[in-house]
Design a protein around this ligand. Structure first.
Ligand SMILES: Cc1cc2nc3c(=O)[nH]c(=O)nc-3n(C[C@H](O)[C@H](O)[C@H](O)COP(=O)(O)OP(=O)(O)OC[C@H]3O[C@@H](n4cnc5c(N)ncnc54)[C@H](O)[C@@H]3O)c2cc1C
Ligand SMILES: *[C@@H]1O[C@H](CO)[C@@H](O)[C@H](O)[C@H]1NC(C)=O
Ligand SMILES: *[C@@H]1O[C@H](CO)[C@@H](O)[C@H](O)[C@H]1NC(C)=O
Length: 532
């Protein structure tokens, strides 16, 4: 009894003094943790060689062949041995219940400037590839804002960026996947070879069809800067209309659309829209190294234009691509309330962000169940015609601002073309085979939780998912999902996927997609508990 009361008081104290605890303990520890990881990366870079790729793949094939020789009763389902805490996904997949195969694949293999592609091993990160490509005048066609995401994880989990209204989701920029299948054989899947069925289902497969050992991605030519224009807009319909107009949701090219588009929604009525173009240096235009440690957090900088009015500046490309990294969008504010104070930034800003890997590494099952009910991490892909509805519904359910919005093209690849359902006809851009969707990013502690109002996370998320299914949208599967398997199959089209699983021997060898991505905790039980 006494111990429980003490524990409750301790938890309350930690919660009330969260910023202090984070600054004094988490940040330094996270920094040391990061140093260790960095050292390991550097050693890895010295030691490994692109020429060793085939040998490394042969070793992976050998491990899978050995698994095949085990008696059937001892064959646990396969997964990679990459520790869970290194993955950016919010769920904790139960790796210890599976047969783990090591994939030590960290090298950039070939830059092909004729074909404008780069062939990489799957564990190369966004941080590595931007460092490699940008000095050479290139970037991936889709580069997300977090340095630690891996190119393989994005391939199987998919991703999108503020350039996606032009090129679509990350997986649309993959020209080939090299995969080790359940029987240990190595195949290359492209859109038009004999494995095109596999190609179509690998995106959004989360490692449930085979091991990815290399992939080839499209790159684009860049200039050293992004010329960015911040436009504050008042009135919900106004900013929604502008985002649709700018992204080409209403009409097809030849109209020229900006290279980058992003909206930060600060309240139902206020947003700042950013449009960016590749640019060389222009004398007279301010240069903002936006992701340096002492700079204001990017969304705070953006917010300032609500008062200051429209403005243009030049941001060096890598600073632009990683602009949300230091404050993990706006998540760090919930951890360190004074984190954007200029003095704090000057002296301690370089310690940010607390590394997602460190946060996950130190998350015990108790903490996980606790934070699960107090935080939201969701990226949802929804038709941009429904933008007003999206914002109103998420405002009702979570009361969480800012919201991240950027447009993304969803291409209609025809019937049974993979897990992504085809966009509904009413959302297609006239005269094209695509619809304009957008990412709705809801991150952090909902206002209802902060104000200790009644809030049932499971109920709220299930309502959001219901809306998503109704309009033919998709939940990103790195985030926790709250759907039953039946509901999941309404959101995603598993018809080709199930065929491919049979044909390529994945049944009985790799976990099913739904089992791979569903939270390891019983979300429905937690929903009941919170329903008092
Ligand atoms: C706050 C926040 C904001 C985010 N915002 C965005 C955003 O704006 N846009 C966006 O696109 N994404 C966003 N993400 C999601 C992030 O990009 C994803 O988590 C992405 O999947 C990459 O993570 P990862 O490299 O850790 O992949 P992992 O989680 O490691 O991998 C994804 C899946 O693929 C499997 N897998 C990985 N590699 C292999 C392999 N070689 N062989 C077989 N299976 C494999 C894993 O087992 C896992 O199931 C955000 C995430 C967070 C936390
Ligand atoms: C470019 O792509 C084509 C077709 O995919 C391929 O045949 C060719 O070998 C590639 N070029 C190089 C230099 O690899
Ligand atoms: C969204 O909410 C605003 C203000 O609450 C309201 O005026 C508007 O009609 C709503 N839009 C939709 C599409 O429901």
């Amino acid at each position: 009894m006494f111990a429980m009361a003490l524990k409750a008081r301790l938890i309350q104290w930690l919660e009330d003094h969260r910023s202090l605890v984070v600054v004094l303990f988490c940040l330094p520890a996270s920094f040391l943790f990061e140093l260790l990881l960095q050292t390991r990366n550097t050693l890895r870079r010295w030691m490994s060689s692109p020429h060793g790729h085939d040998g490394r793949v042969a070793e992976i094939q050998r491990q899978v062949q050995n698994w095949n020789k085990l008696p059937p009763s001892e064959r646990k389902l396969l997964c990679t041995s990459r520790p869970n805490w290194l993955s950016l996904s919010t769920t904790f997949f139960q790796k210890h219940l599976h047969h783990q195969v090591a994939l030590p694949l960290y090298d950039i293999l070939v830059l092909d400037e004729q074909n404008m592609t780069v062939r990489v091993e799957p564990m190369v990160t966004i941080g590595d590839i931007t460092e490699f490509l940008i000095p050479k005048g290139y970037s991936l066609a889709v580069t997300i804002e977090l340095t630690d995401a891996t190119l393989g994880g994005l391939a199987f989990g998919t991703g999108m960026s503020t350039h996606s209204h032009k090129v679509g989701l990350y997986h649309e920029t993959i020209t080939s996947y090299e995969v080790v299948l359940a029987d240990g054989s190595l195949v290359t899947a492209t859109a038009d070879n004999e494995h095109s069925d596999l190609y179509k289902t690998l995106a959004w497969s989360h490692g449930s069809l085979g091991f990815l050992v290399a992939l080839t991605l499209k790159i684009v030519k860049i200039k050293p800067f992004i010329r960015i224009k911040y436009t504050p807009v008042r009135g919900q319909k106004n900013y929604c209309d502008q985002l649709r107009e700018l992204s080409g949701a209403n009409e097809k090219s030849p109209k020229v659309f900006p290279d980058y588009i992003e909206g930060t929604v600060f309240s139902k009525d206020e947003a700042v829209i950013m449009t960016g173009e590749y640019s060389d240096y222009i004398p007279g235009v301010t240069v903002n190294h936006a992701s340096q440690w002492h700079k204001p957090w990017f969304y705070k900088h953006v917010e300032s234009f609500l008062k200051k009015g429209e403005k243009e500046e030049l941001i060096p490309l890598r600073d632009y691509l990683l602009r949300h990294n230091r404050a993990i969008f706006w998540v760090v504010e919930d951890m360190i309330s004074f984190g954007n104070n200029p003095l704090f930034r000057l002296f301690f800003g370089w310690l940010l962000p607390p590394k997602p890997a460190f946060l996950k590494f130190t998350t015990t099952p108790g903490v996980r169940a606790y934070t699960f009910t107090k935080q939201t991490f969701q990226d949802i892909v929804l038709p941009i015609k429904e933008l007003e509805n999206q914002i109103n519904i998420s405002a009702d359910l979570f009361e969480k601002y800012p919201l991240l919005v950027y447009p993304c093209k969803i291409i209609d690849h025809g019937p049974s073309s993979g897990q992504l359902r085809r966009p509904q006809a009413k959302y297609l851009v006239p005269g094209t085979n695509y619809a304009m969707y957008n990412d709705l990013g809801i991150y952090g502690v909902p206002e209802k939780v902060k104000q200790k109002k009644k809030y049932n996370p499971v109920d709220a998320m299930r309502k959001m998912e219901k809306f998503t299914r109704d309009v033919g949208g998709y939940s990103f599967l790195y985030a926790d999902i709250f759907m039953t398997k039946e509901e999941f199959e309404v959101m995603f089209d598993l018809s080709l996927y199930e065929e491919v699983r049979k044909k390529y021997g994945a049944v009985g060898a790799f976990p099913h997609l739904y089992d791979k991505v569903k939270p390891e905790i019983d979300v429905f039980a937690i929903g009941e508990e919170n329903n008092i």
